[in-house]
Design a protein around this ligand. Structure first.
Ligand SMILES: Nc1nc2c(ncn2[C@@H]2O[C@H](COP(=O)(O)OP(=O)(O)OP(=O)(O)O)[C@@H](O)[C@H]2O)c(=O)[nH]1
Length: 336
């Protein structure tokens, strides 16, 4: 084995963090003689990603940083190593990275024309150089593919945990807007729904609000206990729910007060919903020992005027409810 081949092999060994791209002494001497010497100050740009180039660069001293971007790791090129060779082999090649001097460095710039001339005089040495370069290129492409694969996997994991967080968030959001006892929407959910309605409401339909209050609920609690009270609340909730259309919102505002926010064609439509709830509750039957329990509700309702806010609207329905209560309850009244 010749001295130069031995040196070439020694240099071809990889240093940690560097690709094994060191030139042999004959190659280095050849390129130094054929190239143009260029001195760089730290952070000086050699070329930018996407730029068309026709020159290869050999590092005499210092370090050059190749920045691939897109989340790919940078590559450091040190003394006796080369970069940008594709532009030399195929001419007018778009650079795949930014090349920047990581420190004060000296390069030999080998232009395409100079390389063509060398091919005529030093064919054997250049053939060996090109063969090695191609295998480095293939290896570095494979490394790139590996990196992209890893990145893709990382992205999938991130995406998965984002999806999980999103599901947890929407579950938490749903729980915050739900009344635990009855499963209906709570007051917070109602306000959220009202916000949504501002943009999604069917303009041909009117909005009606029914306030449903259990009559003498305190007595039910006092006579039969809180568990029966809870059972009553759940049963009434089911009746309010049963009177709701898919686009309506049945909810429990708190205590023994429920509401049904309904999209209706007019006051008659809203009265029908109120009658359905009142009749449904009246027909409720409870198991022994509370089979004697007769539950009824008072219902007040009103239609929402075009620009009225929630408090004015609520107050109209509450007024109607108060009238029903004053008349002994177990009835409904809708203010048109
Ligand atoms: N069991 C049970 N009782 C509740 C719950 N929340 C509120 N209450 C009770 O509901 C009762 C409501 O009483 P009031 O507001 O006086 O209403 P009422 O007895 O129905 O009186 P009128 O509406 O005038 O007929 C109170 O005794 C509260 O303690 C609950 O989640 N479960």
């Amino acid at each position: 084995m010749t001295e130069s081949a031995r040196t070439g092999q020694a240099h071809a060994k990889a240093r940690p963090g560097f690709l094994p791209r060191q030139l042999s002494d004959p190659e280095l001497n050849l390129f130094a003689a054929a190239g143009r010497r260029r001195e760089l100050v730290p952070r000086e740009m050699i070329f930018r990603k996407g730029e068309l180039g026709r020159a290869m660069f050999v590092v005499e001293s210092g370090t050059i940083q190749l920045e691939f971007g897109d989340g790919l790791p940078d590559k450091l090129i040190g003394p006796r190593e080369f970069f940008g060779e594709l532009a030399l082999f195929i001419g007018n090649h778009a650079r795949v990275a930014n090349a920047v001097a990581a420190e004060g460095s000296v390069l030999h710039v080998i232009e395409h024309a100079a390389f063509e001339r060398l091919l005529e005089t030093e064919a054997a040495l250049l053939a060996q150089f090109m063969r090695r370069s191609f295998s480095y290129l293939v290896a570095s492409e494979q490394q790139l593919i590996q990196n992209l694969k890893r990145r893709n996997e990382d992205l999938l994991v991130t995406l998965d945990s984002l999806r999980q967080t999103q599901t947890q968030l929407s579950t938490a959001e749903r729980l915050v807007r739900t009344d635990e006892l009855t499963g209906l929407c709570n007051r917070r959910g109602l306000y959220h729904y009202l916000e949504e309605l501002r943009t999604q409401r069917d303009p041909t339909l009117k909005l009606g609000l029914l306030l449903v209050d259990i009559d003498r609920f305190k007595q039910i609690n006092d006579h039969y206990g809180h568990l029966t009270g809870d059972q009553t609340l759940r049963a009434v909730a089911r009746e309010v729910q049963a009177a709701a259309f898919p686009c309506d919102l049945p909810c429990r505002l708190g205590g023994d007060e429920f509401a049904l926010l309904a999209q209706v064609s007019g006051p008659e439509d809203l009265r029908d919903r109120a009658a359905q709830v009142a009749n449904g509750v009246r027909a409720l039957r409870f198991p022994v020992p509370i089979d004697a329990l007769h539950v009824s509700v008072s219902i007040g309702g009103s239609l929402c005027h075009e620009h009225a806010d929630w408090s004015a609207w609520y107050s109209d329905s509450d007024c109607a409810l108060y009238m029903v209560k004053g008349e002994g309850g177990d009835n409904y009244r809708v203010i048109a």
